[in-house]
Design a protein around this ligand. Structure first.
Ligand SMILES: Nc1ncnc2c1ncn2[C@@H]1O[C@H](COP(=O)(O)OP(=O)(O)OP(=O)(O)O)[C@@H](O)[C@H]1O
Length: 300
């Protein structure tokens, strides 16, 4: 079952469409990496899911139920979230902040203890939050979100500004939570920060979902350029001119965006034209390249 689904989810501010026709599907118990460049609409989407912002069109369903003004209170009891800046009063200690959360939500002490142990903040609780590192603040924010033992955790850029060790720690934490059955949606503008933890990826660019699926699906969806090795690249390019756009390289030609059937036809054409072919392969492509292609080079 999917924990979150949206249908045609859309948000407009005046004439500006910030989120457009999103159909999200977040399966239960997974880490869903929600990726997109800065300003592409990730925070707005998360606020829509949490009903902090009202959709201009479309709907959100969480744990099988529509998220509306009427159901919001009940729904939010099952959702933990961390949106934008880490929460907490900086003049209070971690423990004092958590006590406030405990009272506000009427939780038992063992739930707070569990959340604190899960984020490994147990030894830092007596410090004032003002003296916390950014990583500690993020972990306190996650502990606050976890205290109610949510089925769904929504985290907006929790690794933003953290050093590599801090990023790794959050990644590990999210993986552990998912293994215990919590569905985690986590956003980032950097693919490398979450791709190792995420079982599923959703990529948003200019308010539209440009990809949703597994990492393997993402690779498959992208078609890397074909490289044809030949000692006479200029002749090969000449033979294809007017039909296929090829660029010449030292020792071969490069053709973008052609599928296997077209590749076979190109090779047959070259052979017929007397061009010797020493090899045909697809260019190596990193997940980062695929991401950049889908998001037009990481721009909005
Ligand atoms: N309340 C608002 N009124 C008008 N425009 C808004 C509002 N909130 C967000 N926007 C615009 O919506 C677009 C998407 O913003 P959003 O914060 O959702 O993106 P994001 O992907 O989370 O980016 P970032 O990582 O920088 O936070 C931006 O152009 C932003 O200026």
């Amino acid at each position: 079952m999917d924990t979150v689904t949206t249908a045609n989810l859309t948000k407009r501010y005046g004439k500006h469409t910030v989120v457009e026709g999103l159909d999200l599907q977040i399966p239960a118990g997974c880490v869903y990496g929600f990726l997109g460049p800065n300003g592409s609409g990730k925070s707005t989407t998360m606020k829509l899911l949490l009903s902090l912002v009202r959709p201009s069109a479309g709907e959100v369903r969480i744990l099988g139920e529509p998220m509306t003004r009427r159901t919001r209170r009940r729904q939010l009891a099952r959702i933990g979230s961390l949106i934008e800046a880490p929460p907490g009063y900086t003049h209070l200690t971690g423990a004092e902040n958590l006590r406030l959360v405990r009272r506000a939500l009427g939780l038992s002490a063992d739930k707070i203890d569990w959340a604190v142990r899960t984020v490994r903040l147990d030894r830092q609780l007596d410090k004032k939050v003002a003296n916390y590192s950014l990583g500690m603040k993020q972990r306190l924010g996650i502990a606050m979100a976890l205290a109610r033992q949510p089925s769904l955790l929504i985290l907006d850029e929790p690794t933003n500004g953290l050093d590599p060790a801090g990023i790794e720690e959050i990644r590990e934490l999210l993986g552990n939570l998912a293994r215990r059955g919590v569905t985690v949606m986590v956003s980032s503008h950097l693919l490398g920060e979450i791709d190792k933890t995420a079982d599923r990826l959703g990529i948003i660019s200019r308010g539209r979902l440009v990809f949703q699926g597994t990492r393997a699906d993402l690779f498959a969806a992208a078609t890397p350029a074909v490289l044809i090795d030949t000692p006479v690249p200029a002749r090969a390019e000449e033979a294809l001119r007017g039909r296929i756009a090829a660029s010449t390289l030292a020792g071969g030609i490069r053709i973008e965006g052609i599928d296997n059937a077209v590749t076979a036809r190109v090779v047959a054409d070259l052979v017929r034209s007397g061009v010797p072919i020493h090899g045909v392969r697809r260019e190596e492509q990193s997940l980062e390249d695929v991401f950049l292609n889908l998001t037009s080079g990481g721009r909005l």
